[in-house]
Design a protein around this ligand. Structure first.
Ligand code: CA
Length: 228
């Protein structure tokens, strides 16, 4: 599962450079050149992170960041603000508008990618390509493989995403609605009992290796991945 990075930048050359680097880093690049097209992309594709230029035509990046934070559907999408201004008070204003990080142009692509990875690691660890170890299971996102005791476990794509999410967020209880949001995405309208179907399949796949007990049902609340 590749993280989707929305680039909101009106200068074509910089937008191109950003998209190139984002794709090189293994992410999907979405593009917008003003606030209106940014909102269209956000509603249609729900990006995992937004690179937001401060100076945009019509709606400034600051205003857009505030709008994103004020909307329940978008308030949790991390934002990295891009700007040509480097003054301390601009930085403070950028962060106060709701940005998670701030980078000054001209930026080094390497530094920008490091910031993107750091922000994604905090907000959406399941989108990282790093191997996840939990409860005696090892999950390799890029290879789409899960194993226990060196033995491979066959999983369907939804069960894989579900397990990846759980292994990245252990010991916490998630309601069915939260799992739908996190694993299926907010643009998908499926019934909550769909979650139960996939939990059942996931447990069935883990059962031969005696790992089905990792997925616990918490009565009246939802599900939890627990190694305890
Ligand atoms: Ca600009």
């Amino acid at each position: 599962m590749k993280a989707k990075v929305l680039i909101v930048e009106d200068e074509p050359a910089i937008q191109e450079l950003l998209a190139f680097n984002v794709m090189q880093a293994g992410f999907l690049a979405l593009r917008a050149d003003d606030g209106e097209s940014a909102w269209q992309q956000i509603r249609a594709a729900r990006p995992d992170l937004i690179l937001l230029d401060w100076m945009l035509p019509n709606t400034s990046g600051i205003v857009l960041a505030k709008q994103l934070r004020a909307d329940a559907a978008t308030k949790d999408i991390p934002i990295i603000m891009l700007t040509a201004r480097g003054e301390e008070r601009d930085k403070i204003q950028g962060l106060e508008s709701g940005a998670d990080d701030y980078i000054t142009k001209p930026f080094s692509p390497r530094e920008l990618m490091a910031r993107i990875r750091a922000v994604l690691r905090r907000h959406a660890p399941q989108l990282q390509d790093e191997t996840v170890d939990a409860g005696g299971l090892q999950l390799l996102p890029a290879a789409h493989r899960v194993s226990a005791h060196g033995q491979n476990i066959e999983l369907g794509p939804t069960e894989f995403r579900l397990l990846h999410f759980f292994m990245s967020h252990t010991e916490r209880v998630y309601s069915r609605a939260q799992l739908l949001d996190q694993v299926w995405g907010t643009q998908v309208f499926v019934e909550e009992r769909t979650v139960d179907v996939h939990i059942r399949r996931l447990r069935a796949a883990l059962e031969p290796l005696d790992k089905d007990g990792l997925i616990q049902t918490v009565r009246g609340s939802g599900y939890r991945f627990s190694a305890n």
